[in-house]
Design a binder for this molecule. Sequence first.
Ligand code: ADP
Length: 657
Amino acid sequence: MIKSFVNRVIASVKDPERDFSERIFLIYSIISEIAVIIALVADIILKENIGEIITLILIITLVPTITFVCLFREKVGFAIRLIVISLVFAVLPSLFFFGGGLEGGGIFWFIFAFMYVGLVISGALKTVVLVFLFLLTLACYLTAYFHPEFIVGHSRAVYFVDSFVSVILVGAVCYIMTWSQNRLFMDENARARKEAERAEELTLAQNRFFSSMSHEIRTPINSILGLNELTLRNMDATDDIVKNSTGIQGAGKLLLALINDILDFSKMEAGSMDIVPVDYHVGDLISEIVNMIWLKANDKGLKFNVSIDPKVPSVLYGDEVRLKQIMINLLNNAVKYTQEGSIDLYVESDETNDKTTVLSISISDTGMGIKKEAIPYLFDAFKRVDEEKNRQIEGTGLGLSIVKQLIELMDGTVTVNSVYGEGSTFTVTVKQGVSDSAPIGELNIHSEQMAKRSKYESSFKAPEARVLIVDDNEMNLEVEKKLLTDTESSIDTVLSGREALEKTVQVHYDVILMDHLMPKMDGIECLENIRSQTGGLNRNTPVIVLTANAGSSNMDLYNRSGFDGYLVKPVSGEALEEMLMKHISREKLIIQGKMMRMREDIDATTGYLRKAQVIITSSSMCDLPEKVTKKHNIPIIPFMIRTDKGVFKDGVQMDPN
Ligand code: ADP
């Protein structure tokens, strides 16, 4: 019985789920029980007043009984209140009056009572009990002063011994209480630290899971969409095959968008979505988005008007990937929920200073609009409003919820203004750092309209160029190689970093496309080895990471690792060509007619950034730090010399082929 009581008390004291003040109460009960037993023994030896002895016996028997019963019934809070009230109204006055008043040991237990009440009781009751305790103390002192006859007196010797025993006991109890409370705090702290570490580990594991999920899914979609693109390029394909392939393409892209949304949403739920700021060119960002949306708007017969404030600083600092995601989401919705009329995109910047600017992006449509009563729920996850009307329009109801959460992470705002049946305007404002305050100027955007089912023509041909693709996935290698066949470049493919390093000492490549996650040697390690390879012919060759690891944190990692470009799988033939065109030297490039033809005006605001190209030769490169040439994308004509020993480019001997 006693053993089970002790075990139960110890288990309850150690139970982290239990309220902290309850645990403290249990410890104090044990300590005071021991102290009171000692006091009782002393009282018996001293032949103290029977009233005091009875009080102590009552404490010794009642306190553990009440505690045990209440602990058993999980009503420790009740035990605390009962014991404290009996302490204040019964125990203290009886110890005072039977134990010699001010000339006895009882008065020291008043100090103990103040400490006890302060530590075990919480809330409003604490104040009430402390006030009562104060009044009780005052009453005892006043009674002792005005009516000393109510006090049972002591002999002088007993008074000294009683007082001494009480001081030592109360002192010891206070010391042990403070010590045990400290100990409990330390244990709690250690536990909290461990929990925090566990939570961090869990978040890391979740992050790893999300990025590996994204990676695992993107890799096969890369093959599906790539192979499908090849089918679509095939002029011998029957109409039926083309129709099916177009279906696969649409479904593949939708699947990708869905996976991205779900992954993003779970990431946000887990609180592991981070904003990763990088320097980005506003012009490039807008061009890319406009090109993408223009195609969709055009397919639906909608007009797409773009208006960009020329004062917007040209290079900003912020999470480019997430900002793009927000804009694409809102623009996609505008196209999705508009049957006729137009879509308008306005980008402005306000409050610009040397360091920051507030970017304001407004997207308007002449679509179905949103009912007033639906607006408060618009940004809720999984909520699709006006379902009756929207049934035919695909969607998960996640898009706007992701937009809102991303905007909140960026400390920005998103507002909506809509007239049902007439159209909607979504406005996003977000503060961005300014990295280059030179204004963007008149931004002209070209649309690259895909020629519909005409013979596929690559944007360039480069029969003299050599490209190496490194990827551990054979199917992906095949797809990427085939997507580039029309460029007539010589393409080598290897399945590992080790094989890549064998190649890079034999052949000089114009561009290397490198997968990131590969077994044994990953893309980053392989890049480092290529850059420092003894006898390597590709120490200065542009290396582009071609990865299934999406997300701006990865983009930042690749930038820091020294890659010259970044392509995310699934990659289209067009994106591959565009990237190669940026890096293959001009004398090897034959720009195709398609590239020229496909630049068509949108609302008289067409054309990429109209900037004078700066070209310098590599012999003068030493004047400019590499960072500058990279940042401003200044093409460098390699310094070539021919000797009887062969051709040397920037001091590296070229492959005679
Ligand atoms: P969904 O995947 O359904 O498009 P969103 O979260 O992007 O999910 O949008 C939520 C709902 O808001 C949509 O179902 C639609 O009813 C409404 N909505 C969003 N954008 C527009 C818009 N531009 N015009 C009209 N309704 C819109």
